[in-house]
Design a protein around this ligand. Structure first.
Ligand SMILES: NC(=O)c1ccc[n+]([C@@H]2O[C@H](COP(=O)([O-])OP(=O)(O)OC[C@H]3O[C@@H](n4cnc5c(N)ncnc54)[C@H](O)[C@@H]3O)[C@@H](O)[C@H]2O)c1
Length: 331
């Protein structure tokens, strides 16, 4: 997509799988915003992604070799943070102090104390800050929320989630909470408008593919304020494909999001028609429409100077980090 001089300049911090994805989706699909700067600890990676952006937009983003110089660039009005989890809080704080608006990838922080500290900085600023819990922009989860709120199916009693990654060579058991289950924890809070009050972990027999710091698979179990039980079954080395699913069991029905991105409702003795299909190798394929919707909502938020209502706020990010922290303490 060719960009115009009026488009809002966005800098990307960290252009691995996710940051590159944001840079390319922003370049291809999102009107009103353009990638003008990139910083990654790996300069080669940064240069490569800058060239890819140029191919799409005819605009070559500036590549910086440190974060503070990117943040001094007056053409950078907002940043997307897609660096590793443990750096988010620090990068977000620096971006806020430089007066930038921010789309910060999940999690807000890997540690509760960092999440609390940066949330305070955000609260005391005028910046627009959204957290990258993109499932809130995914159509099936939006359909599911609408159906739950319709009251047609009665109260929600239990939620069963599955989360599978093809392989996770550097994952640790605590990352299965702070990096993986954090998505489900956020979406459960959003679906039910309730806080998570307890988090526990059950261990399974560990796959031979797990590294020595990882117990895989695990089952995370949580209770919400009103007593809904949510289980999140995570397998980080599934080998067979990337899969994310959810069943919401209510008094009168079963509402299921299948991996292919569709909501199926079993209700009143009627079964949904289930489609076949292929598994994605990772999240970029399954959630592509959600990432594009999220980026579009971010640029709209910058134009209107008001965070889009679908975005997770810094308070949501903090709540998810606190809940994950409860689980990590149980390990
Ligand atoms: N919302 C989602 O669906 C989703 C999906 C995947 C990843 N993520 C999140 O995005 C972030 C990045 O994940 P990824 O899969 O792209 O990881 P990745 O390892 O592919 O990319 C991380 C990048 O950050 C760079 N980096 C490392 N240290 C840095 C530093 N000090 N400053 C700047 N850059 C630095 C690395 O060189 C690398 O290019 C993580 O926080 C992850 O949790 C979110």
């Amino acid at each position: 997509m060719i960009k115009s001089a009026k488009d809002i300049g966005i800098g990307i911090i960290g252009v691995g799988i996710m940051g590159r994805g944001h840079a390319l989706y922003l370049s291809d699909y999102v009107k009103g915003g353009k990638v003008v700067a990139i910083y990654d600890a790996n300069q080669q990676t940064a240069q490569k992604v800058a060239k890819e952006v140029f191919k799409k937009t005819k605009l070559l983003p500036k590549v910086y070799d440190d974060l503070s110089t990117l943040l001094e660039d007056q053409n950078v009005k907002a940043v997307i943070i897609a660096s590793p989890d443990h750096l988010h809080a620090n990068h977000l704080e620096q971006a806020i102090l430089a007066g930038k608006d921010v789309l910060c990838e999940k999690p807000l922080a890997s540690k509760e104390k960092d999440a609390r500290k940066v949330a305070k900085v955000v609260r005391n600023s005028k910046s627009i800050v959204g957290i990258g819990f993109m499932r809130r922009f995914d159509r099936p989860y939006q359909d599911l929320k609408r159906e739950i709120q319709s009251d047609k199916y009665g109260k929600v009693l239990q939620i069963r989630c599955t989360s599978r990654n093809v392989s996770s060579p550097t994952a640790t058991t605590s990352m299965l909470l702070t990096n993986v289950a954090v998505h489900e924890i956020d979406i459960i809070r959003w679906l039910l408008n309730e806080e998570i009050v307890s988090v526990g972990v059950n261990f399974a027999k560990t796959t031979s593919r797990a590294n020595s710091n990882l117990s895989d698979p695990i089952s995370v179990n949580c209770h919400t304020e009103s007593g809904v039980l949510a289980t999140i079954d995570i397998c980080a080395n599934s080998t067979y494909g990337y899969e994310v699913g959810m069943e919401v069991i209510t008094e009168n029905g079963s509402l299921v999001i299948e991996n292919l991105g569709q909501l199926n409702i079993a209700y009143n003795f009627k079964l949904p028609t289930r489609k076949g299909g292929t598994l994605h190798k990772d999240w970029m394929g399954r959630f592509k429409p959600a990432y594009i919707a999220e980026l579009t909502a971010f640029v709209n938020s910058l134009q209107k100077r008001k965070l889009d209502k679908n975005f997770a706020t810094v308070e949501d990010g903090l709540a998810a980090s606190i809940a994950c922290g409860i689980g990590v303490k149980k390990l």
